[in-house]
Design a protein around this ligand. Structure first.
Ligand SMILES: Cc1cc2c(cc1C)N(C[C@H](O)[C@H](O)[C@H](O)COP(=O)(O)O)c1[nH]c(=O)[nH]c(=O)c1N2
Length: 227
């Protein structure tokens, strides 16, 4: 291809076998970590690599709506855990009675155990009022932020750093705790730390809460419901 931008292009061939295997290995062995965190600190350079991976994510109109609030402070993490704890009681009560005990027995966060947390936010005003690609779906800013989180999660797997996503809290509690402006959406509280072992399968499956669905049931051909 020869065009005005050809100097900005690089070859787009597939990866070598080893490189490809490494990518799939990160995808397949990535786990949500709750209880396996070691207290060892995550060095700042490692954290920077993870943040760079997140920042390399696709975003609608190249909006890059994310911010990352790095939380190492014990008091702040304790307060976040309290917010989780209150919300988790409310959450348990939302399930049918026969599931509540099983729910309460699940460990659903590692906020105090993990040495560092990252609160990931989405600023809807990052690229002005009209954003390319977001014109007909305002949620695409949050979708972009989730892409950044997934990049961070996979990079963390490759670094031997475990990551757990916590979403069980009232947004207002975390907003107040971290001084996040009203217009900014809180997308995730991520717990990070080194881990020695990971579950081979999702912990929720291992503990009988819910199993992985067969992929073929989820794939339709040409029309909704057609296989
Ligand atoms: C948007 C979102 C929000 C949450 C999660 C994930 C995502 C994508 N997950 C983790 C989730 O339970 C986990 O990904 C699945 O159970 C699958 O397990 P693996 O991630 O493959 O280990 C999660 N886990 C948890 O223990 N507490 C939580 O609050 C949440 N919240």
């Amino acid at each position: 291809m020869q065009d005005a931008y050809s100097h900005a292009l690089v070859a787009a061939g597939g990866f070598s076998d080893d490189e490809r295997a490494a990518v799939y290995r990160a995808i397949e062995t990535r786990r949500d970590v709750r209880d396996q965190f070691l207290p060892d600190p995550v060095p700042e350079q490692v954290l920077q690599r993870l943040l760079a991976a997140a920042h390399a994510a696709p975003s609608v109109g190249f909006m890059q709506p994310w911010n990352f609030i790095i939380v190492r402070d014990d008091g702040v993490r304790e307060a976040a855990w309290q917010a989780f704890s209150r919300a988790n009681e409310e959450a348990a009560a939302m399930f049918p009675e026969e599931k509540q005990e099983a729910y309460r027995n699940l460990k659903l966060e590692g906020i105090r155990k993990a040495p560092v947390s990252i609160c990931v936010t989405c600023d809807p005003d990052r690229a002005g009022p009209v954003v390319l690609g977001r014109t007909h779906n305002l949620r695409t800013d949050a979708y972009s932020t989730v892409c950044a989180i997934q990049n961070l999660w996979l990079a963390a797997r490759a670094e031997g750093v475990g990551l757990g996503w916590v979403s069980i809290f009232r947004e207002e509690d975390i907003r107040l705790l971290l001084g996040i402006p009203e217009r900014v959406e809180i997308v995730a509280w991520l717990c990070l730390g080194y881990v020695e072992q990971l579950y081979r399968e999702p912990e929720l499956a291992v503990k009988g809460w819910r199993q992985r669905l067969p992929l073929e049931e989820l794939v339709y051909r040409d029309r909704w419901g057609d296989r």
